[in-house]
Design a protein around this ligand. Structure first.
Ligand code: KIV
Ligand code: ZN
Length: 387
């Protein structure tokens, strides 16, 4: 079955880099951008050029460096000066995109802008029109679209299509939506915005309720064709949609009929590289790339995985660049796991020998969080059995 392509818009270098303590210099951003190119992303949001001279320089250098068919994007507010600066930073890009936008929810219109709906539409249209004088590809973000009423959102999208917007970003800025709600929002726009086929709908979901991945998938199932995400899901507050998660959801569920151009075998290495450059640890239980994502430590699970990996794993670790599943020895491990790991370090134990070594192992494991290879030698020698 041929699959529909979902564009991967990576915003590690913009939304991801907004995390306190994660700021990168141009050198580091260039290394990550090269890796994103290798990974196969479609769009790199390289930064927010007006925010600082350093960020302007990073966007400009990335635009010069990336020569493959990848779009380089710069963020702006719906402000003329921002747009001019972004256009300047993007001038060397083979495929430049200006990403402009404004808040559209009641709360943003009232409290942030002290404005009204008509004035917001006017500003949005003016920003897109102005950005179009510099580049063909203009994406618009309706900030806080997750809490914006669908009718108003449709109105603004329709006006922007009339002036040539190419991508309509529907951010769940505060991570508030439920998957059904976010999916229904995308569906509503597809069904109620005249000319919607002329633009790509994009999902940009934050993870405040742990729903960013589910919401992005609900978005593409309902017709969006771009997901904005970051490596390791880093980003403001609880983070953005995690790139590795959405990619693997689509890969592991062919029935969705959706796929990306990502080389999934590079996911683990990319995750480690970004974590190291940003000084941001990956939580061990993080889906796909966490240290424990393919580690098994309870006896029942270990026995199953040793007999057949698929009993407790839905992804082949090699598909995401992890060498192999690991069998961790703890006080909850069983004989099968001990025999398996003992064999790796050189002991082919008979059933009787295993029974004796296992009793010694349990005493040892109760004292230690994890039993390592070197400990196995100590345990075997403590039993004084001849092997
Ligand atoms: O979360 C958000 O709304 C954003 C926009 C600036 C795209 O990051
Ligand atoms: Zn965001």
């Amino acid at each position: 079955m041929s699959k529909d392509k979902v564009q991967i818009f990576d915003t590690t270098l913009r939304d991801g880099e907004q995390v306190p303590g994660c700021k990168l210099d141009t050198e580091q951003k260039l290394v990550i951008a090269e890796r994103l190119e290798l990974l196969g992303v479609d769009v790199i949001e390289a930064g927010f050029p007006i925010s600082s001279p350093g960020d302007f320089n990073s966007v400009s250098e990335i635009a010069k460096l990336i020569k493959k068919d990848i779009t380089i994007c710069g963020l702006t507010r719906a402000v003329k000066k921002d747009i001019e600066v972004a256009a300047d930073a993007l001038k060397y890009a083979k495929y430049p995109r200006i990403h402009t936008g404004i808040g559209t929810s009641e709360s943003h219109i009232k409290h942030k802008f002290n404005s009204n709906k008509d004035a917001i539409i006017e500003k949005a249209v003016a920003a897109v029109k102005y950005a179009k004088t510099f580049v063909e590809d203009v994406e618009f973000f309706a900030e806080d679209a997750g809490r914006t009423d669908n009718e108003f959102l449709a109105r603004i999208c329709e006006e922007l299509i009339k002036v040539g917007v190419t991508v309509l970003n529907i951010p769940d800025t505060t991570g508030y939506c439920l998957p059904e709600e976010y999916g229904a929002k995308i569906k509503y726009l597809r069904e109620n915005v005249k000319g919607i086929e002329k633009a790509t709908l994009s999902c940009h979901c934050h993870n405040d309720l742990g729903l960013a991945t589910a919401n992005s998938i609900a978005g593409v199932v309902n017709g969006a064709r771009q997901i904005e995400c970051t490596i390791n899901g880093i980003g403001e507050r609880a983070g953005n949609t995690s790139l590795e998660e959405v990619v693997m959801v689509m890969r592991q569920h062919p029935s969705l009929g959706l796929d990306t151009g990502i080389n999934s075998k590079l996911l683990f290495d990319t995750s480690r590289m970004v974590s190291e450059k940003m000084g941001m640890r990956v939580q061990p239980n993080k889906a796909i790339v966490g240290a424990n994502a393919f580690a098994h430590s309870s006896g029942i699970h270990q026995d199953g995985v040793i007999k057949n990996r698929e009993t407790y794993e839905i992804i082949d670790p090699a598909d995401v660049g992890v060498n192999e599943s690991s069998i961790i020895l703890t006080a909850r491990s069983g004989r099968a796991a001990l025999a398996y790991r003992a064999k790796i370090v050189g002991y082919e134990l008979t059933k009787l020998q295993l029974d004796i070594v296992y009793q010694e192992f349990l005493k040892y494991a109760d004292r230690k969080k994890e039993v390592m290879d070197e400990d196995i030698h100590e345990i075997v020698s403590a039993t004084k059995i001849a092997i």
